[in-house]
Design a protein around this ligand. Structure first.
Ligand code: A2P
Length: 279
């Protein structure tokens, strides 16, 4: 037998719950996505989030470092062998200023305890599912849109995505396109089910085919006119919301004005909300 000792490996602090980066894609100077290995024992429900991060800088006095973790929605579906995440890059953000430089093969810390409210279990059965996202709030919906259950549970799924600029829509637009063209996805979901999916992207600061905040387009009714669907009701419509804080609050108010009530895992109702976590 042979014993190999690597002095550097012995000294290097071992990362708790480390996973390996398998793919990194930069979508714009503000956005990137990455994939990593998934612990074989980790189960989660599409739409949930986990804590991920890197080791922090060493403390000046003690020389010790602690993990620097943030909540990230899992963007991959629960059947996927790997985990995917979609992130903003904040130049002075404690985590994302470093995370944006990760490379294939790097270690990422993952606390494998998924939680969250953007799950099918938190909604009562309904006919139409609305998914309202801004910016990186698209991430949990990238998971749910790749989960066959989403299509089994609803007759129609409408996803709206509002971003400042066109480039920020690319990750979502490509994901929707891949559902329609990817062999595995179209087989898994079924072409007849994919016909139920409608995509409504809008921009607010760059010219595009549809401009405006989704909240304004709901208040003036143009969202419903454009799609040819009635205003949501408690009887038929369910909604999931994920975006910045101000957006979440406004959408809640609008949904409540339609008579929808907020649900939770322990008390399923008509809509659920989660913040897109910023660094
Ligand atoms: P706007 O450009 O008018 O601020 P951010 O990148 O700041 O998180 O914003 C993502 C998108 O969400 C932007 O298009 C932004 O529009 C929109 N947005 C921000 N706040 C709200 C809000 N309170 N209601 C609706 N949309 C919002």
């Amino acid at each position: 037998s042979q014993t190999v000792t690597d002095a550097t490996a012995v000294k290097r602090p071992t990362l708790p719950d480390a996973q390996k980066v398998t793919e990194v894609t930069h979508w714009s100077d503000r956005l990137f996505s990455f994939r990593m290995t998934r612990p074989a024992s980790m189960r989660f429900r599409s739409g949930e989030f986990v804590m991920i991060g890197l080791m922090g800088e060493a403390d000046a006095k003690t020389g010790k470092s602690k993990p620097l973790l943030r909540a990230y929605s899992i963007a991959s579906p629960s059947w996927d062998d790997e985990l995917e995440f979609y992130s903003i890059k904040v130049q002075d953000g404690p985590l994302t200023s470093r995370l944006q430089h990760i490379q294939v093969g790097d270690d990422i810390i993952l606390r494998p305890k998924p939680v969250g409210t953007l799950v099918h279990d938190a909604l009562l059965p309904g006919k139409r599912l609305w998914l309202f996202a801004t910016g990186t709030g698209f991430a949990p919906f990238a998971s749910l849109l790749r989960d066959p259950q989403t299509y089994e549970d609803y007759e129609e799924i409408i996803i709206t995505h509002t971003c400042r600029e066109l480039a920020e829509l690319t990750y979502g637009a490509k994901l929707i396109e891949s559902l329609q063209t990817d062999e595995l996805m179209s087989e898994l979901i079924g072409p007849e089910n994919l016909a139920k999916l409608r995509y409504y992207p809008t921009t607010t600061r760059e010219q595009s085919p549809k401009m405006g905040r989704i909240t304004d387009l709901m208040r003036d009714g143009s969202l419903f006119r454009d799609l040819g669907v009635p205003q949501p009701t408690q009887d038929s419509d369910r909604a999931m919301v994920c975006g910045n804080l101000a957006f979440n609050l406004e959408i809640k108010e609008i949904l409540e004005s339609y008579g929808l009530e907020e649900g939770a895992n322990s008390d399923p109702k008509h809509y659920v909300v989660e913040k897109a976590f910023l660094d």
